[in-house]
Design a binder for this molecule. Structure first.
Ligand code: ADP
Ligand code: MG
Length: 698
């Protein structure tokens, strides 16, 4: 059979070693297979030729057929431009070039009939097309094909004359060589059940669709396949793990849990907290290894759920470990948990990068001896030197800062992996969660503790500072505390941003009655802690900070969050920052301060923030506005965003559909032995081998 994978791109006619090197480097195209899987980003309907007298400056891309009457150049140096007067008998218009003038004059002849393609605009009352695509009318058979593919190219490619047109020609050549059908990558059963086009037809039609309906079908087939294997990979991987490892069984709810519940628990659990705890108990009691994602908006009380899960582990003779993304957070968890466990005779230790020498040695040996019950820390806890006597449960807080690979390192600490509870305060849209955390079961805390008043969010332009300061004075007089967040630490020359240092002095001046503290990421940890402590203890009324306070900091008396240059922040960041207030019983406020001139998208972001406090709604909106590539947490994952044709936002429905197809397959054939699925398992295996990002999670 014709194997595209083993055919080097450099042997394709018209390519050669030099252009092949460019294709290798710029697009990672090495073989004919790689080339065929480089899909167009758009198509242009070239089935119609317009007349010059029909066109105006408001039309999209169009094509015309006619002759160049004459060339003329205008201007000097950088201003120089070349104009070709072009006519088709119904009128005359201008073709304009600002670059490559010599090349153009040399290439195009006056008697020749051309097809000219581009977007018409009006300049000085005349219609023109700048830098048009030009083909010999006699050579151009493309117009008979209807939709012409357009391929993304880079500057380096263009310098080697590898523009979209050139790629298109290469595709034509390859597809001409493909006489027999290519090896199918989906099983006949799946093709038939889901009415999918064959691979060969799909690849032909994705590049050269003869009809929009065929293009749609080709796209559907290729997206289906792409998402299907992503899901199959995740699900197979988690199934294999399930089959390979047993989980520790926490069958007892014992003395520790009960003592805490009856004696120490300072409040009634919310319904959502109870429900989630039940889900967790079921997981850890049934003999499988738990891998659960706990989602809950900021302030929904995840820490308590985590702690009570930890107590279950302790009741059954295991140790537990909790990992936070920052030093500040780890410290805070340590303090909170120590306080909650007061009088219970449990040993809780803190391990961060700052704990060194004898103290560290002592913790490590107590840990190995089984004398430490709960270890709380930062990344430091996943170092190889950290060994447990019997680690039963790992809690990871604020997952979006940890990569999948780091999670995997924790599993390997024992012969039998501990239960994993992953907590995130950045709610993740469903479709994204399926791909990012597709191997995890999901629990959701969708209820805030009682008595909380939703934070009131206000958008204010920065020329109304006086009234803002007045309200701040008022809040402080009532005993509240205030955060002010700036996007930058130092002044940036390019963008005139209110910067932290300047803001700090300004605030000190405006609020002489207050103590103002300051925290930013470039401070030494010890110094940061001192400043933090000033605010936590209530000694300082105002904290001026950068986004280092974004995650997890808990000061219930703080009731105002002011975000300067709010236009510079993303939605999820704004939501996280807002979550720092509204933690006590008082009415809280979040003030988004911006300049007057705002981009449309920024206005939308601010409107969403003002309208809703619902983290899930905000996450969905964020995904729609920004696309998956920019969302927090996606960088480490890679996997979801290496998609060649599918798009997690636009193809959310298809994603859910293929996930259920993959789920059914795994249920029916968990160990991969049914002959009718052989093709699928083989294909998955070869994809795992060739896809770097997939390897990270499998
Ligand atoms: P997050 O989900 O953002 O991590 P936390 O666990 O920090 O939230 O909880 C936020 C605050 O709510 C804490 O001060 C915590 O003590 C409090 N809290 C948690 N659960 C309850 C509850 N059931 N009733 C009242 N307050 C609660
Ligand atoms: Mg938290």
């Amino acid at each position: 059979m014709f194997d595209l994978v083993t055919r080097d791109i450099k042997y394709l006619s018209g390519v050669g070693p030099q252009r092949a090197a460019v294709l290798n480097k710029e697009l990672e195209i090495y073989s004919l297979h790689d080339l065929l899987y480089y899909f167009p980003y758009k198509y242009i309907d070239r089935s119609r030729v317009y007349l010059i007298r029909e066109i105006d400056g408001n039309m999209p891309y169009i094509q015309l057929k006619g002759h160049i009457l004459s060339f003329e150049t205008f201007g000097e140096g950088r201003q120089r431009r070349l104009v070709a007067h072009f006519s088709d008998g119904t009128g005359v218009m201008d073709l304009v070039w600002f670059q490559g003038i010599k090349f153009v004059v040399g290439k195009y002849k006056q008697q020749q009939e051309y097809i000219v393609f581009g977007k018409p605009t009006v300049f000085n009352g005349r219609i023109n097309i700048a830098h048009p695509d030009i083909d010999n009318a006699s050579e151009l058979t493309l117009s008979s094909m209807g939709l012409q593919p357009y391929y993304n190219t880079t500057e380096k490619m263009k310098r080697s004359f590898l523009n979209s047109h050139a790629i298109e020609k290469m595709m034509t050549t390859v597809l001409l060589q493909v006489q027999e059908p290519l090896p199918e990558t989906l099983s006949p059963k799946i093709l038939a059940e889901h009415h999918l086009m064959s691979l060969t037809d799909a690849l032909r039609n994705i590049h050269f669709p003869t009809h929009p309906e065929l293009l749609r079908k080709a796209e559907y087939r290729l997206k289906f396949e792409e998402l299907f294997y992503v899901q199959l990979n995740i699900l197979k991987y988690s199934k294999d793990r399930q089959l390979k490892y047993r989980g520790y069984v926490f069958e007892n709810v014992g003395e520790i849990f009960n003592t805490f519940y009856t004696r120490n628990l300072p409040f009634e659990l919310t319904g959502a907290q109870k429900r989630v705890l039940k889900e967790i108990r079921q997981d850890v009691g049934c003999g499988k290894q738990m891998n659960r994602l706990l989602q809950g908006d900021v302030g929904s009380g995840k820490t308590l759920v985590a702690l009570m899960s930890i107590l279950l582990a302790l009741d059954n003779g295991y140790q537990a470990c909790m990992m936070a993304p920052t030093e500040i957070l780890a410290n805070q968890h340590y303090d909170t948990i120590k306080e909650l466990l007061y009088g219970m005779n449990l040993r809780v230790e803190l391990l961060t990068g700052r704990i060194k020498g004898k103290k560290r040695e002592a913790i490590l040996s107590a840990l190995l001896a089984g004398d430490v019950h709960i270890l709380i820390g930062t990344h430091a806890v996943i170092e190889d030197t950290v060994r447990f006597s019997s680690l039963g449960l790992v809690v990871i807080d604020e997952q979006h800062r940890f990569g999948v690979a780091q999670r995997a390192r924790l599993w390997s600490k024992n012969a039998q992996p501990p239960h994993m509870l992953v907590m995130t305060a950045t709610p993740i849209p469903r479709t994204l969660a399926m791909t990012l955390y597709g191997d995890l079961d999901v629990s959701i805390i969708d209820e805030l503790p009682p008595g909380r008043k939703p934070v009131v969010t206000i958008h204010q332009f920065d020329n109304r500072r006086e009234s803002l300061y007045k309200s701040m004075h008022q809040q402080i007089a009532e005993g509240r505390q205030i955060y002010i967040v700036y996007p930058l630490i130092e002044e940036s020359e390019k963008i005139d941003l209110k910067n932290l240092e300047e803001g700090y002095w300004h605030i000190c001046e405006e609020f002489p009655e207050c103590k103002v503290c300051k925290v930013h990421g470039k401070m030494k940890s010890a110094e940061k802690d001192v400043q933090m402590q000033l605010f936590v203890s209530g000694e300082a009324q105002i904290m001026v900070a950068t986004t280092v306070i974004e995650v997890g900091v808990n000061v219930p008396n703080a009731s105002v969050m002011i975000i300067e240059n709010a236009e510079r922040f993303g939605l999820s960041q704004l939501h996280q920052l807002r979550g720092r207030v509204g933690r006590g019983a008082d009415q809280s406020y979040c003030i988004l301060v911006t300049t007057y001139k705002l981009a449309e998208e920024t206005k939308k972001r601010l409107e969403i923030m003002v309208r809703t406090n619902d983290g899930f709604e905000i996450a969905e909106a964020d995904l729609k506005l920004r696309g998956p590539g920019d969302l927090e947490g996606t960088q480490q994952s890679g996997i979801a965003f290496d998609l060649k044709i599918a798009n997690i936002v636009r193809d959310g429905q298809l994603l859910q559909h293929v996930r259920s197809v993959a789920e059914r397959l795994i249920d029916e054939d968990p160990t991969g032995i049914h002959p009718e699925n052989e093709l699928l398992w083989r294909q998955l295996k070869s994809l795992r081998k060739s896809n770097v990002n997939w390897a990270a999670i499998s």
